[in-house]
Ligand binder design. Structure first.
Ligand code: ATP
Length: 235
């Protein structure tokens, strides 16, 4: 892919206290590309997203986002720069309604979607607009978490296992949403264990082991690498 990357990560290290979790991660995500990180539990996929976002402060290396070095950038500024992180636990306001969650986006920069655009993309959220976060299904919560980020004018979506624990029909629906966002030019870095889902949306894959990227391949090679991946990832 000849395009200049929107996100370029070089020799990224990160620590939880004294515990060294990332050991020199290198990855690129081009504009409008969807890239998926694969790997066993505990290899550092979530940590990679958190370190890029700036949630983990003890880190070193280069994180270039659209020409800006984010390594010394505080969390609220990475959000302003156009990064949006949807954690595995989703992070919506449980006691607020869908409408209220959408009216309280984390940070607003230019290019955020209107409530109407959001409801066009997520018709099921419109039906549930007066329901509290706690009353939503897992799939609706995931969609609301993504929708909140779209309100902010995010340019790079960092999604941590968006299909975790969801029924196949909902996984399908989330796949459609990501395909729509991709068609509109959104750039996505995804952590995902569900190969079938990932293969539908990803242009490229990175494999992580022990806090490093150990393989990189295009989506077209997923099938031929399946056996190797099952061995390394064990799912
Ligand atoms: P999972 O899918 O289980 O989240 P992962 O590949 O995303 O796996 P990470 O969650 O990034 O892995 O964890 C990487 C390493 O950092 C693991 O050894 C984990 O135990 C450790 N770790 C994760 N979170 C913390 C934390 N808050 N404090 C200390 N160590 C942590």
């Amino acid at each position: 892919h000849g395009k200049k990357p929107l996100l370029s990560v070089r020799d990224l290290h990160a620590w939880y206290g004294e515990s060294h979790a990332l050991h020199g991660v290198n990855l690129d995500v081009a504009e409008s590309e969807t890239v998926t990180l694969l790997g066993r539990n505990g290899v550092g996929k979530t940590t990679t997203l958190r370190a890029i976002m700036g949630i983990i402060r003890k880190r070193k290396g280069v994180i270039d986002f659209a020409g800006q070095d984010l390594i010394h950038t505080p969390l609220h500024r990475t959000a302003h720069a156009g990064l949006g992180f949807v954690p595995e636990e989703r992070g919506i306001f449980a006691t607020l309604s869908v409408d209220e969650n959408l009216l309280l986006p984390p940070v607003v920069s230019e290019g955020g979607m209107s409530i109407d655009e959001i409801f066009e993309l997520f018709p099921n959220l419109k039906e549930r607009r007066n329901s509290q976060g706690t009353k939503l299904s897992g799939g609706e919560q995931q969609m609301l978490a993504i929708a909140r980020m779209l309100r902010t004018g995010v340019k790079l979506l960092l999604l941590d296992e968006p299909t975790e624990g969801l029924a196949p029909v909902i996984v399908e629906r989330i796949g459609e949403v990501l395909a729509t966002l991709k068609a509109r030019g959104m750039t996505i870095l995804l952590v995902e264990q569900n190969f079938r889902f990932a293969s539908r949306v990803a242009d490229r894959f990175y494999l992580m082991e022990h806090g490093q990227i150990t393989a990189s391949f295009p989506a077209s090679e997923l099938d031929q690498r399946m056996e190797e991946l099952h061995e390394v990832i064990g799912v």
